[in-house]
Design a protein around this ligand. Structure first.
Ligand SMILES: NC(=O)c1ccc[n+]([C@@H]2O[C@H](COP(=O)([O-])OP(=O)(O)OC[C@H]3O[C@@H](n4cnc5c(N)ncnc54)[C@H](OP(=O)(O)O)[C@@H]3O)[C@@H](O)[C@H]2O)c1
Length: 349
């Protein structure tokens, strides 16, 4: 049986009421007309940029499943810190209605031609576009099986934050056992996971947060020292933590306090700073300090590495708040109010 036909049959495994393995060339069309896949789905979408109130439930066609793609019946969608901005200013080339949602989790409903490693019924999570919906079609290379024991809501907020956290620690900062790290903004979506991965690698971590609840959370997640930037002196805390200077800074919030973190680096030219594209304001350049802006990278190897680290760290994935799909506007209001402990999840089913 040729590869294309195998894939077509795999697609049809999701659709038992359809005559099995009808002509492969018709497989995609048949998949979209499958009896148990409705023609339309509920999605939290918007027709123009604006405040949270522009988000409302739309009935939209189920996305098609092209070669190399997987259709996911979404269980949970992550709400990214940057999505309020995407809703407010969708850009002049935006297509409407627009469905946000860069990551999430769910059950494979169908697989397209050429997809290997996934079958209907598999529990998966990953990145894509349009997770604020009952179904999303994503590239198979950007999803992975949900780590054992992880709930749908946790998996729903894991992909972008987890990849960003792990790659910051391993690839950008190349943190080694015994080295010292300040995580600035450690109570947020990426920071809570980066803290646990830094501990997994054997680093000593000073974690900053801006609320007492945030301080309690990062203590629970294993920080060696904590500082509440609203009530304590970060410079003094850093000096007490690493009198000869810290090896590295991982930043999830910019501004004056981040500059104090950079001031606390070792002065022999080996200090380094990592921050994610989108974080504002970026740290000011310094002589003798390597400052790297990065973005998360997805793909099968990256997700396999993440799954391995999730298991090794017994990762806890903090959920800041949960909202139903129909309450996406309320979820965005909560996002804009700030002081989130972890990430907001949208419960889709
Ligand atoms: N390019 C990429 O690949 C990528 C991927 C993921 C994220 N990002 C970007 O990376 C940044 C972090 O993302 P995230 O999802 O982790 O955002 P987040 O959940 O909002 O986390 C930021 C954290 O920083 C804290 N914070 C702000 N000011 C602080 C201060 N002065 N002292 C201590 N803590 C402070 C916030 O706490 P309070 O709210 O309590 O102040 C919050 O806990 C965002 O800018 C996001 O857009 C980029």
């Amino acid at each position: 049986m040729g590869r294309a036909l195998v894939s077509a049959c795999a697609l049809l495994m999701a659709l038992p009421a359809v005559a099995l393995c009808a002509a492969a060339s018709d497989a995609r069309a048949q998949a979209q007309q499958a009896p148990q896949l409705p023609a339309t789905m509920r999605a939290a979408a918007f027709d123009k940029g604006g405040g949270p109130e522009v988000l409302s439930i739309h009935n939209l066609p189920i996305p098609s499943v092209g070669p190399g793609q997987v259709l996911i019946a979404v269980q949970a969608a992550g709400i990214g810190a940057w999505e309020a901005q995407m809703r407010q200013n969708p850009g002049e080339h935006a297509k409407f209605p627009q469905v946000l949602g860069g990551d999430g989790s769910g059950i494979v409903a169908a697989v397209g031609p050429g997809v290997r490693g996934f079958k209907p019924g598999d529990r998966v999570y990953g990145t894509g576009n349009g997770f604020y919906a009952e179904y999303v079609s994503v590239r198979a290379e950007n999803i992975a099986h949900v780590p054992a024991g992880m709930k749908p809501a946790e998996a729903g907020v894991l992909a972008i934050s987890g990849l960003s956290a792990l790659q910051g620690i391993d690839d950008v900062l190349q943190l080694k056992a015994g080295q010292t790290l300040i995580i600035h903004g450690a109570a947020g979506a990426v920071g809570t996971l980066a803290l646990q991965f830094a501990k997994l690698r054997g680093a000593r971590v000073l974690a900053s947060a801006s609320t007492s609840e945030g301080v309690e959370l990062v203590k629970r997640l294993g920080a060696d020292a904590v500082v509440n930037t609203r009530s304590e002196d970060l410079t003094a805390a850093a000096r007490g933590f690493a009198p000869r200077g810290v090896d590295a800074v991982l930043a999830f919030a910019g501004g004056a306090e981040l500059e104090h973190c950079v001031d606390a680096l070792r002065s022999d030219g080996r200090g380094r700073v990592a921050f994610l594209y989108g974080m504002q304001p970026a740290p000011k350049p310094r002589f003798g300090v390597r400052i790297t802006m990065y973005s998360f990278v997805d793909g099968p190897q990256e997700l396999a590495r993440l799954n391995q680290a999730v298991g090794a760290a017994h990762l806890q994935v903090p959920i800041a708040a949960e909202f139903a799909l129909a309450d996406a506007a309320a979820a965005h209001r909560r996002l804009e109010a700030g002081h989130l402990l972890g990430k907001i999840v949208l419960r889709v089913r």
